[in-house]
Design a binder for this molecule. Structure first.
Ligand SMILES: CC(C)(COP(=O)(O)OP(=O)(O)OC[C@H]1O[C@@H](n2cnc3c(N)ncnc32)[C@H](O)[C@@H]1OP(=O)(O)O)[C@@H](O)C(=O)NCCC(=O)NCCS
Length: 171
């Protein structure tokens, strides 16, 4: 159980995966106001930099989790007297769709929600990992319930036969 969960945390790590919520918050802070979103996105795209909180390896349109979090970000902003986070994120959404055809993923509006809940930016990814713990644990239990070893298949497509050349004769 400990090894599986440690491995899962390792797989989640990194700015393009689990770390994207923290990067989304830093981006919103850097953008500062909705009017800056268009130029920010244009510059990132021109430099071939990723825009955090956008795109997904599987979802090709709006990530369904983003729809829920977008509304939460709007509502929470109104309740907390901090509507600017929603305004910045939605300006980024509009311009990134227009400029690159990319939709927000779960991390964009989640960053604003976490922030307004008082979660420090460097705890956003650990919090997301905690929420995944139930699912990861369920997977481990499921595996133990019928504990067959999994052996992924692969096809070797390299040259079939090669001549052995002793190391001292190699160029
Ligand atoms: C999640 C992610 C890694 C998926 O990558 P992917 O499967 O390679 O994405 P796609 O195949 O759909 O990419 C298609 C095109 O959009 C670009 N693209 C994808 N996401 C982008 C982003 N966030 N910002 C800028 N360009 C992006 C790709 O570079 C590619 O461009 P090209 O056709 O000009 O080469 C990628 O979208 C990303 O890095 N997003 C930002 C980080 C993030 O928010 N991660 C959390 C995911 S839940």
């Amino acid at each position: 159980m400990f090894s599986a969960i440690t491995g899962a945390i390792g797989a989640l790590k990194g700015p393009l995966h689990g770390g994207a919520n923290e990067e989304s918050q830093k981006m919103a802070e850097e953008v500062g106001k909705p009017e800056n979103a268009e130029a920010y996105v244009a510059e990132r795209l021109a430099n071939h930099d990723k825009i955090m909180g956008f795109g997904h390896a599987v979802y090709r349109t709006l990530d369904p989790r983003a729809t829920v979090l977008k509304q939460l970000c709007k509502d929470l902003g109104e309740r907390r007297g901090q509507p600017h986070w929603y305004e910045i994120f939605s300006a980024l959404e509009e311009t990134t769709l227009a400029q690159k055809g990319l939709y927000p993923n779960v991390d964009l509006y989640a960053a604003g929600v976490y922030h307004m809940l008082g979660i420090p930016t460097d705890l956003m990814t650990p919090l997301f990992a905690l929420a995944r713990m139930a699912g990861w644990t369920a997977h481990v239990r499921e595996q133990y319930a019928n504990n067959r070893i999994i052996r992924p298949g692969s096809d070797y497509v390299g040259p079939a036969e090669r001549v052995y050349v002793p190391i001292e004769e190699r160029g």
